[in-house]
Design a protein around this ligand. Sequence first.
Ligand SMILES: NC(=O)c1ccc[n+]([C@@H]2O[C@H](COP(=O)([O-])OP(=O)(O)OC[C@H]3O[C@@H](n4cnc5c(N)ncnc54)[C@H](O)[C@@H]3O)[C@@H](O)[C@H]2O)c1
Length: 354
Amino acid sequence: MPPIRLGGIGCGGMAAGVHFPAIQRIPELQLVALCDLDEARLAETADRFRVSHTFVRFEEMLDSGLIDAVSIIGPPSLHVIAGRACLLRQIPFMTEKPLALTVAEATSLADLADQHGDCGQVGFTNRFAPAQRLAWRISRLPEFGPLCFVATTHLTHCRMSPFWDIENGVEAFIHLHGVHAIDLWRFFGGDPVEVSASVAGLRPLGPPHHAYGSILVSVRTSDGPHGTIQMKASASHNGDINADVMGERGRVRVENDQCLTYERGLEWVRQVMGDDVLADTFLTDQPAGQFLGTGNIMHSYWDFFRYEWMAFARTLLAGASFSPSIRDGAKTVCLTDAICASLRAGGAPTPVSF
Ligand SMILES: NC(=O)c1ccc[n+]([C@@H]2O[C@H](COP(=O)([O-])OP(=O)(O)OC[C@H]3O[C@@H](n4cnc5c(N)ncnc54)[C@H](O)[C@@H]3O)[C@@H](O)[C@H]2O)c1
């Protein structure tokens, strides 16, 4: 089968530094065209990745007949306009996060996807970390019991600072970085109905609106788990994304997207130990809830981008639905918006409407 012909919209740092090299390692995908408003960057990227077709206007690339699918890797404003163009033309696409910066833009894309068909995947990279995916599977096992608590954290050295025309450094940080932990919460816990958020330890860093600090969000669903989302900017971390998921009979944790720990109760130990000659000793020595399985699933962060493109290619070839979908991306924007609204309201409980 010939590879999927891919066009790249946006040739900036993430596209040229991370996504295109990942795409080149996937036999099912072939980068055949590129588009960027910055012509010098476009020419340089086309040269580096040996791509012969270049466009300044993405609509021309979409209508060229040269491509089967596209990447959209730019500012959120680009994700919105190019995403809309792809949905209208039903051209499959993978867009970086966040899908949009406002609820209105995000829901209008999701509504368009409902009308025409959802042909987009949103690049929430952490959902493609094998340890997070295994933790998700574990959390859905009958032995895990109903979910009751989910905590996600994003701890990063990236400072809180204005970005994408968002002057409030805390809110810009949430949209740009914190959104990983916000989306991961939805991945495990479902759709919250209410959030309450506070910020602490804000330490200004020179330029206006630049700071280190910690944001804590309390999350509630209607009849599922509750939990927390923490987003922290400080000098001591380097992009850790963690999840702690608890069910009635189990607990699974992922540290730094890689180290997975699964705790189970004594009933499970009893079953597994069976008639082992030392079973009784083991059981009496083993406190309930003790860790029973752990493992490092060592992949580099950069591999997760390759996995998200593998997922994109395989989903497309199978004719299946992308995940996370455009509707998912829109729901994460709604949750992000509610968190910012709660912060502005001094931590007041704020409804999340999807
Ligand atoms: N998944 C992750 O872990 C992760 C990590 C970092 C960044 N990101 C996301 O990656 C995205 C891109 O970040 P970046 O650092 O590469 O940005 P960048 O500013 O380096 O690149 C954006 C590119 O888009 C181009 N562009 C803008 N509007 C355009 C248009 N209308 N048509 C064609 N090209 C257009 C710009 O000219 C620029 O080259 C951001 O949305 C960011 O949130 C994701």
